[in-house]
Design a protein around this ligand. Structure first.
Ligand SMILES: CC(C)(COP(=O)(O)OP(=O)(O)OC[C@H]1O[C@@H](n2cnc3c(N)ncnc32)[C@H](O)[C@@H]1OP(=O)(O)O)[C@@H](O)C(=O)NCCC(=O)NCCS
Length: 206
């Protein structure tokens, strides 16, 4: 499998991406912790991508996607819908973005959101590559502190963020509501004003 990361900066690209991103976000229906209780509609995905890509033009945001050649995906794609091939035969194998805070007093900072890799492509370094790419682009855009939050049971994501230097700065116990279930909301931050503090990584997709 070869993987190519791309930053989406052209609003004209959004329409073609919508069904593929929508498909990735369907993982919410099998329990993925992406901040939705039910998967977003295609209209909601379009609106989200439009906001982020328009923000990218003015250093307000960045959207990264990963395209993978689909030649050697091992094992089933779990219960999630397998990604559909794009026109060039690759598949959308990951997405993630950051957005600057809207609050005036928080403007130097941004929040990293919705890093997602479809089940059949997980564990191959794509999530790490996307997150590293987003950290690099936030640094380049002059973001001072990059925050994120994750569900307390999302150990895979939390481990990934810790290896990239994110530190826990708070935890709201039993805050995330999914039906009758409650999970901790874990708050992580990476201070980009300091030298790159990551402990490991930089290996790229494998
Ligand atoms: C979290 C997620 C984005 C990680 O993407 P991925 O492509 O599978 O991750 P990678 O292969 O890059 O692995 C990154 C790290 O995740 C952790 N990880 C990966 N697979 C793991 C596993 N089976 N068990 C435990 N940790 C694992 C490891 O820390 C790994 O570090 P390594 O590179 O040193 O092995 C992906 O699992 C996903 O989309 N999950 C559902 C959506 C979600 O929870 N998003 C995060 C919201 S906060």
């Amino acid at each position: 499998m070869s993987v190519r990361l791309a930053e989406v900066t052209d609003p004209a690209e959004i329409e073609a991406l919508v069904p593929h991103v929508w498909r990735i976000f369907q993982m919410v229906s099998t329990g993925a912790a992406l901040g939705w209780a039910v998967p977003p509609s295609q209209a909601e995905v379009r609106e989200l991508l439009t906001t982020v890509v328009e923000g990218a033009a003015v250093s307000e945001a960045a959207l990264l996607v990963a395209y993978a050649s689909d030649d050697d995906v091992v094992g089933p794609a779990g219960l999630d819908a397998a990604p559909m091939p794009l026109a060039d035969g690759t598949v959308l194998a990951g997405i993630g973005y950051w957005r600057r805070y809207a609050r005036q007093t928080h403007r130097p900072h941004a929040d990293l959101e919705r890093v997602a890799v479809p089940a059949g492509y997980q564990g191959r370094g794509i999530g790490r590559a996307i997150t590293e790419g987003l950290v690099a682009s936030a640094r380049k855009a002059g973001i001072e502190v990059l925050t994120l939050d994750a569900r307390g049971d999302n150990e895979r994501a939390l481990a990934l963020y810790r290896t990239l230097g994110f530190n826990e700065y708070g935890r709201l116990i039993d805050f995330v509501a999914v039906g009758h279930l409650r999970y901790d909301k874990v708050l992580y931050a990476l201070d980009l004003r300091r030298p790159w503090p990551r402990l490991e990584g930089g290996r790229g997709p494998r």
